[in-house]
Ligand binder design. Structure first.
Ligand SMILES: [Mn+2]
Length: 334
C-alpha cells in the first residue's frame, strides 16, 4: 500500500458502520448503471457475502454489461425494504434521487452509507466517503474492502477492475492518475481478469454490424473531411432487426476517421431528429449543440429538434460552419 488516500478516514467510518450492522444490507447505485456502478455494487456485494452478511443488490443490468454478474446474483427489483436494513449507496452523488429497480431511497428510514467520487456529491448519509480525486468509485470500494478485512480473490477484484476500466476509458485519457494504475495493480494482484473483461466489453451483438452496414451507406465527409456525418432511421433499424441501443457507439467510431474534427450521428425519427456530436482539435461539439438548442460537454454534446431532418440539415450545417470559422480564426491569431 502507498500513502493513505484523503478518503481513508471517511472510509473507516463507512467500514465500521457496515461491520456494526447485523441486519440485511441493500447495495445500490444509480439508474442506467455503467461499468463503475455495476462493478462497485458487485464487488462490495461479493465481499459482504464473504463476511456472511445478507446482501440484496437490485439492479437492471444493461445488455453490454450482462456478462459480469452470475445468474441470480443481483436482484432484478426490490419489492419492499427488508426490516432492519442498511442501504449502501455507491457511485451516486445524491442519495435523495435514487429510485432504481423498485428501491426508492426517499422512502427509506434506515441508516445509509455512501461511497462516491463525484465533485457534486450532496453529502447526505450517516457515513460517507467522497473523493473527487479518485478515477472510479470502484477504487474507493477496493479500499473499503481492505478496511473490512475481506480476503481478496478474483471474484471480488474482477468487477472492481471493470469499474476502473470503464470510468477511465481503459486508461486512455490525460485525466488518468498514477493512483488509477496503483489501484489497477492491486486488483491485478488479486487476480482480476483483465483480458476477459476487455474481450467481453469489446463484443457487439450481430445487429450492431447489420445496422452499421446500413448506416455506413449514408456516410459523408464534409468540409474537406473535417466533418464526418452519418444518419440512421427507423426503416434501417427494421431492415437490420436492430434497436436504437445499437447506434450508441457509432459516433465515437466515426470520430476516429483520420483528419476529422467533428463526428455527427443523425438519429432520424421522422418528425424529429436527435443529433450526437463528438469533436476534437479545438472544435467544440458543445457550441454546435447549444446553437441548435441542445447542450453537453465540449468534446461530446447533443441536441433534439422537433423538426424533420430536411429542415434540420441546413441549420446543422450553419452551426458547423460557424464553429469551424471560429476555430480557424483563433488558429490564425485573430
Ligand atoms: Mn463512477
Amino acid at each position: 500500500m502507498t500513502d493513505p488516500a484523503p478518503h481513508t478516514n471517511d472510509l473507516q467510518a463507512v467500514a465500521q458502520t457496515l461491520l456494526n450492522h447485523t441486519g440485511p444490507i441493500v447495495v445500490l447505485s444509480h439508474e442506467n448503471p455503467d461499468g463503475d456502478a455495476l462493478g462497485s455494487v458487485l464487488g462490495l456485494t461479493r465481499a459482504l457475502r464473504q463476511l456472511g452478511r445478507e446482501v440484496i443488490a437490485p439492479m437492471q443490468v444493461p445488455r453490454f454489461l450482462a456478462f459480469m454478474p452470475q445468474p441470480g446474483e443481483l436482484g432484478e427489483r426490490l419489492h419492499d425494504w427488508p426490516a432492519g436494513a442498511l442501504a449502501a449507496v455507491l457511485d451516486v452523488d445524491n442519495n435523495d434521487h435514487v429510485r432504481v429497480a423498485g428501491a426508492d431511497l426517499s422512502t427509506f428510514t434506515g441508516p445509509v452509507v455512501n461511497v462516491d467520487h463525484h465533485g457534486t456529491n450532496a453529502r447526505r448519509a450517516d457515513a460517507l466517503a467522497v473523493d473527487p480525486g479518485q478515477p472510479a468509485a470502484a477504487v474507493m470500494v477496493a479500499d473499503l474492502i481492505d478496511l473490512l478485512r475481506v480476503e481478496w480473490n478474483e471474484q471480488i477484484a474482477t468487477p472492481l477492475m471493470l469499474g476502473l476500466i470503464t470510468d477511465t476509458g481503459s486508461f486512455r485519457f490525460d485525466s488518468v492518475t498514477p493512483q488509477a494504475f496503483r489501484a489497477a495493480a492491486k486488483l491485478r494482484e488479486a487476480g482480476a481478469r483483465l483480458g476477459w473483461i476487455s474481450d467481453r466489453l469489446g463484443q457487439n451483438p450481430v445487429t450492431y454490424y447489420t445496422l452499421l452496414r446500413e448506416v455506413l451507406g449514408t456516410l459523408e465527409f464534409l468540409h474537406g473531411g473535417r466533418v464526418v456525418l452519418a444518419r440512421v432511421d427507423e426503416a434501417m433499424l427494421e431492415r437490420a432487426g436492430a434497436a436504437w441501443e445499437d447506434v450508441e457507439n457509432y459516433v465515437g467510431m466515426l470520430r476516429n476517421a483520420e483528419g476529422s474534427q467533428l463526428a455527427v450521428m443523425v438519429k432520424d425519427y421522422g418528425e424529429r431528429v436527435k443529433l450526437s456530436l463528438r469533436s476534437r482539435a479545438g472544435v467544440s461539439a458543445q457550441n454546435i449543440a447549444v446553437a441548435l438548442g441542445g447542450g453537453g460537454h465540449v468534446p461530446a454534446a447533443g441536441a433534439s429538434l422537433n423538426q424533420p431532418w430536411p429542415a434540420v440539415a441546413p441549420q446543422l450545417d450553419a452551426a458547423i460552419t460557424a464553429e469551424l470559422t471560429r476555430v480557424d480564426q483563433l488558429s490564425n491569431g485573430h
